[in-house]
Design a protein around this ligand. Structure first.
Ligand code: BG6
Length: 487
């Protein structure tokens, strides 16, 4: 865009190239339920209570009587997946992103043998997708590991987790390589750089901070262990079946300078390092100079073993999977703004509106993100999460006219198309987050809804679990039908 006008040939249709993947995204722990069915062991998400917009989720010491754990039931997808996939097919999905629940395959995480019941479930699920012309897109660890690994090993603080993760990868790669082409290593691995929020350390890495911890030291060590695990998984996948495409998955919140003051530009650049660190290692295969300097300044020492740096170099990924919900802004010297998040210099951006949960709404930020990442790495990008969390109020007949969600998605898909058509960015696909209502990750609510399919369940776990098509269901169906030309 220049001065609000299209850059490229204005006659070029704003639509996606042939073969573009359209779909939706969820994660096992937010939908499957059946938390203790068949062999499944508890995962870290099973000890997280429900919270609310201003009430953080609590992590309890095991599953305690009298507490409500919304992930235990999710939306019961474990039993309803055939019917839910029918609805996705009706919407026209060509792909569907979900994750594999690690504790369904290895209930404790440190066993030698996987659970056949767990493996059989995903066989059935992937077969059911293919039968409907829907390609699976799979996150290997989406904010989940067996609770036992967190409790007994301290999660990825312990390098043995690298081997447990690799054993998990080996089993699922060998079992599903003919059914799953698109894989991602760790969901939103960069979230944990916000060391002020305990649920990120816990769900990203199985880490619980102690008062004695230098949190940033622990976090960067854990990140190192995960980057090595991911790189080795990438190498393993190449040996098992080179047809598999292995991507990273990062939460991309672009941080703008709050003004044209060069000091703000520098503080934004600085704040972005906690995002670029991950893509730089995943794509370039080594730690960039800025992080080595930062570690030195902060006195952070990373325990790097023989072969780790080589693994990072050899195990670079094939594509970048990313979530995009919002942007943020940075002002030099700011000390944190109550309604912003994640980094010290964060300030409110007066140009943007916010959702009811305080997330900035910024479609242009998506074009900016895709252009920035593509310019820097020149690898295909996959927008595997984007969506609008809102309270949905059914009318008397139970129908939900969610025009606010349609408005958000329309503007973001248009922004995606600008990146592809005007900027030449290569994008594999787009999956709307929570295409069916799911348990919210940050708050554990059901009523922070993203879906185009309503699920009758409330924040206390009441409801019939009935599925109903919202207005956005029909809107997205048409978007897919026209390959994005008619929004
Ligand atoms: C991403 C996660 O952070 O955002 C999802 O990958 C999550 O798991 C989604 O659900 C939306 O966040 P929330 O907290 O609104 O559910």
């Amino acid at each position: 865009m220049r001065n609000g006008k299209r850059k490229a040939d204005a006659k070029m249709p704003m639509k996606m190239p042939e073969g573009f993947l359209w779909g939706g995204a969820v994660a096992a722990h937010q939908i499957e339920g059946a938390w203790n069915v068949d062999d499944r062991g508890p995962s870290v998400c099973d000890v997280m209570t429900a919270g609310g917009p201003h009430r953080p989720r609590r992590i309890t010491n095991g599953v305690l009587p009298g507490e409500y754990y919304p992930n235990h039931d999710g939306i019961d997808f474990y039993h309803t997946y055939e019917h839910d996939l029918d609805l996705f097919q009706e919407m026209g999905f060509s792909c569907f992103r979900t994750s594999i629940s690690w504790s369904r395959i290895f209930p404790r995480g440190d066993e030698d043998e996987p659970s056949e019941a767990g493996l059989a479930f995903y066989d059935k699920l992937f077969d059911a997708m293919h039968a409907r012309g829907i390609e699976p897109v799979v996150t290997i660890s989406h904010f989940e590991m067996p609770y036992h690994l967190a409790k007994e090993y301290g999660g990825f603080r312990d390098r043995r987790l690298i081997d447990f993760y690799l054993r998990f990868c080996e089993v699922i790669f060998k079992r599903y390589h003919n059914k799953v082409r698109w894989w991602m290593l760790f969901n939103e691995i960069n979230n944990q750089t916000d060391v002020t929020r305990d649920i990120y350390a816990f769900t990203n890495s199985g880490v619980t901070y102690t008062p004695a911890d230098n949190r940033r030291q622990v976090m960067y060590q854990v990140v190192h262990n995960e980057l090595v695990a991911g790189a080795r998984a990438r190498q393993l996948a190449r040996q098992i079946d080179p047809k598999m495409k292995i991507g990273c998955m990062v939460a991309w919140v672009p941080i703008y300078p709050a003004s044209a003051d060069p000091a703000d530009q520098m503080s934004a650049l600085d704040a972005m390092h906690d995002r670029f660190l991950f893509t730089d290692v995943y794509l370039r295969g080594h730690y960039p100079a800025y992080i080595r300097k930062q570690w030195k300044r902060e006195g952070i020492q990373i325990d790097i073993h023989d072969g780790d740096l080589e693994a990072l170099r050899e195990g670079t990924v094939d594509f970048i999977g990313l979530s995009y919900y919002m942007s943020s802004a940075s002002r030099a010297g700011a000390t944190g703004d109550a309604d912003e998040r994640g980094f010290e210099s964060s300030v409110s951006n007066p140009y943007l509106e916010k959702s009811a949960w305080g997330w900035n709404i910024d479609p242009t930020g998506l074009t900016y993100t895709l252009a920035t990442l593509y310019e820097r790495y020149e690898v295909p990008l996959f927008v595997v999460e984007n969506g609008f969390g809102a309270y949905d109020i059914p009318d008397e007949s139970g129908y939900i006219a969610d025009d606010y969600r349609i408005d958000y998605l329309r503007k973001h898909i248009a922004a995606l198309e600008r990146a592809v058509v005007d900027e030449g960015v290569e994008v594999i696909g787009y999956t709307v987050w929570g295409c069916i209502d799911v348990v919210s990750f940050t708050t554990g609510e059901m009523e922070k809804r993203y879906g185009m399919i309503y699920v009758d369940r409330d924040n206390e776990g009441h409801g019939t679990l009935e599925r109903r098509r919202k207005k956005s269901f029909y809107w997205y169906q048409h978007v897919i039908e026209t390959n994005g030309e008619e929004l």
